[in-house]
Design a protein around this ligand. Sequence first.
Ligand code: MG
Length: 304
Amino acid sequence: MPDTIQIVEVGPRDGLQNEDVILSTDAKLSMITHLIDAGLTRIETVSFAHPDRVPQMADAEAVMAGLPDRGDIDYIGLVMNERGWHRATATRVNEVNMPIGASDTFNRKNQGVGSDESLSVLADIATEGAARGLPVSATISTAWGCPFEGEVPVARVVEIAERAASLGVTEIALADTIGVADPWATVERIQAVRSVSGHIPLRVHFHDTRSTGIANAYAAIQNGVTVIDASVGGVGGCPFAPAATGNIATDDLVYMLDRAGFTHGVDLARLMKVSAELEGELGKTVPAMLPKAGAFPPNGSDGA
Ligand code: MG
C-alpha cells in the first residue's frame, strides 16, 4: 500500500460552482492562497464554463491572473469544450481537466453535446496539450451512476477510459458526480478501469451525498489509488445534477490520513481555518465534520 497520498483540492471550482453566494475574485484569491499556505500543491482553481451557465466561475481569467506565481503549485482549469480550451490556454493554468460523461444524457446536460463529441474534442486538446507541454487529464463523470439514466454499466466506464487512455491523457479521474458509489463498487470500477488504463495514473473524485464518500476514498487507497480529489469544508456540487452535494471534505480526508499515518503535506489546523473563513464568506455551516468535532488529539500533538 502507498504511504503518500496526493490531495487535489477542488473547492475553488467544484466547491464554489454550486453555491448561491458568489464569492468575489478577491475572496477566491484569498481562499486559494490560504489553501496553498495549508500545504495544498495541486488545486482546481477555475472552470472555463460559459459564464451564463456557471456564473460562479465567470471570473476565471481574473482569478488565474491574480494567483501567486508559484512554480511549485499546479493550477488546474476545467474545460468543457474547444472554447474553454482556448480560454484556458490564454491563462497560466498548469493543467487542464476535461470531463467526459459515462452517461451520454449527463454529458448533454453538462456540456451540451454527447459523450462521443466530447471525446473528439478531448482528442484535439490532448494532442495540443502534448505539443505545448500542458498536461491534459480526463475525468469520467457519472462513473458510478447518473441522475438521469440511473445505473451506468461498468463496461461503459471502461469503454470511455480506454478511449481517453488512447488519446494520451496524462491522468484519468473516476468521478462519482452524484455520490452514489459504495466502497465495493469503488473497488470494482477502479480495477476494471485499471485493466485498460495502462501506465496512466488514476485519480478518484467522490461526493459525499449519501455518506459513503470517505469510505470510498478508503477503498480506493486500499486499492492503490494515490490521488484523491476533495473540497475544503466539503462544499460544492454540480449545477447540472439535481440534489448533488459537496465533495468529500478535505478536512475530513486529511484527518483520516493523519490518523493512519499517511504523508500528504497538508496542515489540518491551517486547513480548518480556511473552512472557517469559507463559512463566513458563504454565510452557512460547511458540511465537513472536522470543523464541528475538532481535531484529535485536541491540542494537535500526541500526548499533549
Ligand atoms: Mg464533482
